[in-house]
Design a protein around this ligand. Structure first.
Ligand code: 4AD
Ligand code: MG
Length: 462
């Protein structure tokens, strides 16, 4: 008999038919006449109840059915008398795939903390919480491709190994095949990278944007969706060393077009998750965050506030609030500042624009005031910055001047500058941190809990 996934089991037309299910045991309870097993196969947050009539089975047969064991059951699917269940299976045959010794199975007990589960990242996908998170994450990834596909964007794959530093932050993971115990040196005693694999220093990319611009200035509208790497030593609930980023880049877009797209995009993704991962979001809301669904609906149905960095700083200065990091014009905003604006002052997502050029990357379009650039950060409740982007400096001379001011090595940038030398166009783009979106939609509070295998400083076990 063909296997039925548990998610497909609850359709009314399945009732009264023989079914075959396979999955992992959540619980077993009962007495000497009847035993009940709650089975989950990961296809849905829902378990199916399997009823064993103990006149048909022996205690010996059911003994291996403990929490975490994997089994295969066939039987008749019937309407359930139990509360909250629509259907249950009257077991006919039982096959044990694998046992899970209750003495040593780490997830034997219910109600483990998220911290404990982080130490068991290899098994935590088997919990209700992580099953739900992984399914929401997958739904969001699909929504992203769907959104861009429906709008005529092309999916562009940019390299993970690169010789340039897009954000100029300098916190990159070096990629090398040189023997670190015996490095080749040149006459001045420096490492001789001509002997390295690519003949020059390379690193894992911090962003696909620069190559994304090459795509956008050729095929118009592209997006990337891939892993990015940052070697900064930030141990916060919102930073990963390896995270996924979505970076659309559009020719002929200005900053307003860019903001409109960013707002439509995040709303679409959240709306898609609400419609297509409802059971999982409801479960997470019930377990961790009672206001979750209300918050998600609020974001989808309200306009984001748009204001300049200068106006934002003024509000913060006049707030009378004592912040851990002082706020003044020119300061890089911290999460506490962003969240004050979003959660307390406006009570809405905020798009902050026109930041001081000193705190933003070299490629952003310079405003006529000589002080600010056409940057935009989208700030969310509970998260702070979820999107960072800008209109790009398309003027060759201005871009080159900025590159020289910041002493960015020109030899690494010649190919990027060619987009401004040949057929330059106004263009813009942004980057959405995928895990920050998953954090927002799941209501989780630590970014380590929304990626299957988190990479953070001192943590690359699983
Ligand atoms: O603001 P960022 O650094 O912008 C860029 O990388 C641009 N190249 C994007 C573009 O214009 N194409 O990063 C973009 C987003 C942030 O808003 C944040 O959501 C996320 O990426 N992000 C991180 N997420 C998790 N861990 C980290 N260490 C992150 N750093 C940035
Ligand atoms: Mg940023």
């Amino acid at each position: 008999m063909k296997r039925t996934k548990i998610v497909d089991l609850f359709a009314p037309e399945k009732l009264g038919h023989e079914v075959s299910v396979m999955g992992w045991v959540r619980t077993r309870r009962g007495n000497k006449h009847v035993q009940f097993v709650a089975l989950n196969d990961g296809s849905t947050i829902k378990n199916v109840q399997i009823v064993f009539d103990m006149s048909q089975f022996t205690d010996e047969q059911l003994k291996p059915i403990t929490t975490g064991a994997s089994i295969h059951v066939t039987g008749l699917l019937v309407e359930s008398m139990g509360k909250g269940q629509t259907a249950e299976i009257q077991a006919k045959t039982l096959e044990i795939f694998g046992t899970a010794d209750p003495e040593t199975y780490p997830l034997q007990k219910k109600g483990h903390t998220l911290e404990f589960l982080r130490e068991k990242a290899h098994l935590r996908p088997r919990t209700n919480t992580f099953g739900a998170i992984l399914r929401v994450r997958s739904a969001l990834a699909f929504a992203i491709h769907k959104f861009f596909n429906e709008r005529g964007f092309f999916y562009l794959n940019t390299p993970l190994i690169t010789a340039s530093d897009c954000e100029g932050a300098g916190a990159m993971f070096q990629v090398t095949t040189l023997n670190l115990n015996d490095l080749p040196k040149d006459e001045s005693g420096k490492v001789d990278y001509s002997a390295d694999f690519f003949g020059k220093p390379t690193a894992l990319t911090v962003s696909g944007q620069l190559e994304g611009e090459l795509g956008a200035t050729a095929i118009g509208q592209i997006y990337t969706f891939g892993p990015t790497f940052r070697a900064e030593n930030s141990n916060t609930p919102r930073h990963l060393s390896e995270f996924w980023m979505i970076e659309p880049e559009m020719a002929f877009y200005d900053i307003t077009d860019n903001m409109d797209l960013a707002e439509e995009f995040v709303k679409y993704c959240i709306g898609y998750a609400l419609d297509n991962a409802k059971d999982d979001i409801e479960f997470l809301a019930q377990m961790y965050d009672p206001e979750l669904i209300e918050r998600l609906k609020f974001v989808v149905s309200n306009d984001f506030v748009r204001l300049t960095y200068t106006e934002g700083v003024k509000i913060l200065e006049e707030s009378g609030r004592k912040f851990e990091f002082p706020v003044y014009w020119g300061a890089d905003l911290q999460s506490e500042h962003e969240r004050y604006l979003v959660e307390e002052h406006f009570r809405k997502p905020v798009i902050l624009t026109d930041y001081p050029k000193e705190i933003k990357a070299f490629y952003m379009k310079q405003n006529d005031d000589g002080k600010t650039v056409r940057a935009m950060d989208v700030l969310f409740p509970k998260i702070g910055e979820i999107i960072g982007g800008s209109e790009r400096e398309e003027n060759y001379d201005k871009l080159l001047t900025r590159i020289n001011e910041l002493e960015i090595p020109m030899k690494d940038m010649w190919w990027y500058l060619d987009t401004r030398r040949f057929g330059t166009v106004p263009h813009a783009g942004f980057g959405l941190g995928f895990e920050r979106l998953v954090l927002f939609v799941t209501g989780m509070t630590n970014i380590r809990d929304v990626i299957p295998f988190p990479r953070t400083p001192n943590n690359a076990e699983f």
